[in-house]
Design a protein around this ligand. Structure first.
Ligand code: GLN
Ligand code: ZN
Length: 757
């Protein structure tokens, strides 16, 4: 069997690309230096795959920021406010590209960034391309060709990967009177040109990624999809096309898909619950290759060879020739276990990151051809990884979850009654101002953490510094005039990691970074056992902050669904049970904060929307039924005068608004500034009851919003929302920002709120 990789991570095994890019942002290195770092990384990644014996190695999976943005840039889908920057001397294509990604404020102009959205059901974010009515779609520069040639210059013939035209159009939006699909013909012509140029350069295969096909599609959309591909295959000029899907199954267009004249079809056998059933029911044409996505591109568990070989053999019987592939791009797992010298051997034995997954692909390809794979040493070794249980079982935790009843998920009295009690206690002004929790992680904050990690300072010295940061942060917020303060989250490296470190059942990595957006990476913990609180986690820090001020300080916790979604989950117990275990721990934490006098507690569910099943029919049974309950379990035991906040990082929840309301929080803040406050409309339509803080400015960009800008955002919010229910806040935590821009932005925000009052 041949092997194929859908995509490889690009940030670098030690985040080399991140650091180089951030230097470039600060103008510490030149564009040429940045490009050099990129070339070294691309070469390294291709060589890894070549050396692991991978047959179909991806190219054009590299990106300085995001592949969807790359595609827009390649097709000249560049709104004029960005292309205009180039009229100013010294602004390069790279600067224009980065302006689209991060906004630009400087001599050449002042523009905010394009919207950013979560990439299907992952924690990766893509940039939303914008088609203006007069967009002139053309191949500006064939990036896929450049990277194919680059790899070829090292003697490596790759399989160029491009976001497919259907998915590209579906994710993009029109900003004028036209929709992105109105540009369909121009876009398809560009793809045809790109493909022809690749063919001429010697490419044998090209991979078109169409993850949109695993979502619910209308009949019209399926027609558009078919129309696009009929055109592409009619002009493909002898190149082999892999039409690749991932993150689910293609249940509503499988038959159409297999009837297309393409040479390969990629199906996800991990998340695609119905993929095998589809192959079985409708067959698979013998003249095509099935790319079986069976190495999990999202989790860090070792692949179970026995099970996988059985499946592969089975599929081969039905589908004919099969290529073993990753279930999706390896972008969503860390690089390598090589640096993880901190993990217990038996736990590490059960894990596999991107580089190890390459070996798994290769080993499987060899094993599946053997008559008796069971006698092969690699097979036996693999089996032994599964014999030892991953999990530390804690009987008491299991029993607590089993004993949960409806009462444990219900807070009393109901929200309306609580609102009155809380207003009385808190006495906040109309349009109260607050932040989402974290403040800039300055060099001193990071140095403190790193000194502690390296054992250069004691826990006492570390905490002394953290308390000093908290004190300053409270002072700063009082000076800024905010109404509800936060402690700043200086003790946290990451909102999930921090909690995970204080809970039993989590395993931590040293270098297992995964890209979240642009240069931002996260290091998700791995859940390896039952979960229990070791002791008090946040109380001392929050209480200290509250002692510094008369104003209310919000206690800051991370919610169970987010902790679960931003960790690598277990595969031996259900997600629901893991979520309830975490919720019970967070519940103890919330009750402890309440008992020490904290009147407002925020339980962040930044990642709640992320794992929502892509298909409507799976939403409740596979997810919402337990996810919403897990949140409620955290706060149902709190007193009526404790105000519960939650926060979500996106506002893409129009279709689950009732479920969000059903979390029964008292206040919710969410990202809205990058998505034109569209969510407000749905909130009104659905008679949303929770008080709301739609983010009034974008914290993902270093731009300082003016008072006027924020006032106008607030104006639009007040037009559409019950004004007594509105809070004023930025759209997410401030930890990735610099202090100077943060102070300016917050002052403008407070000023705008005062004017509106
Ligand atoms: N409280 C967290 C912070 O402010 C929330 C972060 C997030 O939503 N991702 O950083
Ligand atoms: Zn957020």
């Amino acid at each position: 069997m041949k092997t194929s990789v859908t995509g490889f991570p690009r940030i670098g095994k030690l985040r080399e690309l991140k650091f180089a890019e951030e230097k470039y942002f600060r103008k510490d290195i030149s564009e040429e230096d940045l490009f050099k770092v990129a070339s070294v990384l691309k070469k390294e990644h291709w060589e890894y795959m070549r050396d692991a014996g991978i047959d179909l190695i991806p190219s054009n999976d590299f990106s300085f920021y995001d592949n969807v943005l790359d595609t827009a840039f390649m097709l000249n889908v560049i709104p004029k406010r960005y292309s205009k920057l180039k009229e100013h001397a010294g602004i390069t294509d790279t600067d224009v590209y980065l302006a689209m990604a991060r906004g630009y404020q400087g001599e050449a102009g002042d523009v905010s960034a394009l919207a950013m959205k979560k990439w299907f059901n992952t924690n990766y974010h893509y940039i939303v391309p914008e088609f203006e009515d007069d967009a002139s779609v053309k191949v500006r520069e064939n990036k896929a060709l450049n990277e194919f040639n680059e790899a070829f210059s090292y003697g490596i013939k790759t399989k160029p990967c491009i976001i497919g035209p259907f998915t590209f159009l579906k994710l993009a939006k029109g900003t004028g009177t036209k929709s992105s699909f109105d540009f369909r013909d121009d876009v398809v012509n560009c793809y045809v040109q790109i493909i022809k140029e690749l063919k001429a350069a010697g490419a044998e295969w090209i991979q078109l990624d169409e993850p949109s096909l695993v979502c619910d599609l209308t009949d019209d959309e399926i027609k558009i999809f078919l129309h696009i591909y009929e055109k592409i295959v009619s002009e493909k000029d002898g190149i082999k096309i892999l039409l690749n899907t991932y993150f689910g199954d293609v249940r509503d267009c499988y038959r159409e898909l297999i009837s297309l004249d393409v040479e390969g079809i990629g199906l996800d056998l991990i998340e695609g619950k119905k993929s095998q059933e589809l192959i079985k029911s409708y067959g698979f044409p013998k003249d095509k290759l099935l790319f079986a996505g069976i190495i999990n591109g999202k989790n860090v568990r070792k692949c179970n060879y026995k099970r996988t070989i059985d499946t592969l053999v089975n599929i081969r019987e039905q589908a004919g020739e099969v290529v073993i592939s990753t279930s999706c791009s390896l972008l969503h797992v860390p690089y390598t276990l090589k640096y993880e010298d901190n993990i217990a051997e038996e736990i590490k034995n059960g894990m596999s990151f991107a580089l190890e997954k390459l070996d798994e692909l290769h080993e499987l390809a060899v094993l599946v051809e053997k008559n008796d794979p069971g006698i092969e040493p690699v097979y036996i070794k693999n089996g032994s990884a599964f014999e030892k249980s991953f999990a530390g079982n804690i009987q008491e935790v299991r029993a607590a979850v089993d004993a949960l009843t409806d009462d444990d998920f219900t807070r009393r009295p109901e929200r309306k009654a609580r609102e009155i009690i809380q207003r009385e206690r808190l006495g906040l002004p109309f349009l109260p101002t607050t932040t989402i929790g974290s403040f800039p992680q300055t060099a001193e904050v990071k140095a403190n953490r790193s000194a502690y990690r390296k054992g250069e300072i004691t826990k006492e010295e570390y905490d002394k510094n953290v308390y000093a940061f908290i004190r300053d942060c409270i002072k700063l917020q009082e000076e800024t005039g905010l109404d509800v303060l936060v402690h700043g989250e200086y003790e946290r490296n990451d909102m999930v990691e921090f909690f995970g470190e204080n809970l039993e059942g989590f395993t931590f990595t040293r270098k297992a970074w995964v890209q979240s957006y642009g240069t931002r990476c996260v290091k998700p913990p791995v859940i390896t056992g039952d979960i229990r609180r070791r002791g008090s986690i946040t109380r001392d820090y929050i209480k200290y902050a509250q002692d510094q001020t008369e104003k209310p300080v919000k206690g800051m916790l991370t919610g169970p669904v987010t902790i679960l979604n931003w960790s690598f989950p277990r595969e031996d117990i259900s997600l629901r049970d893991s979520a309830y275990q975490i919720a019970l721990a967070i519940r103890q934490e919330a009750e402890e904060l309440e008992a020490s006098g904290i009147g407002i507690i925020q339980i962040d569910e930044a990642a709640l929307r992320e794992k929502l099943p892509l298909r409507r029919e799976d939403r409740y049974s596979e997810y919402l039924d337990w996810a919403i309950k897990a949140f409620r379990l955290c706060h149902s035991g709190l007193k009526p005068d404790t105000q519960v906040h939650t926060h979500m990082c996106y506002s893409e929840f129009s279709d689950i608004i009732r479920d969000i309301d059903d979390m029964d929080a008292d206040v919710i803040s969410f990202e809205a500034s990058r998505s034109d406050l569209k969510i407000l409309e749905s909130l009104r339509e659905n008679d949303f009851q929770t008080q709301v803080g739609p983010g009034v400015y974008d914290i993902h960009s270093p731009r300082v919003p003016s008072v006027e800008e924020i006032r106008s955002a607030l104006g639009r919010i007040l037009e559409k929302t019950d004004k007594n229910k509105v809070w004023v806040n930025p759209d997410c935590g401030l930890k990735t920002r610099g202090t100077e821009e943060t102070v300016k932005s917050l002052k403008n925000m407070v000023e705008a709120a005062k004017k509106m009052r």
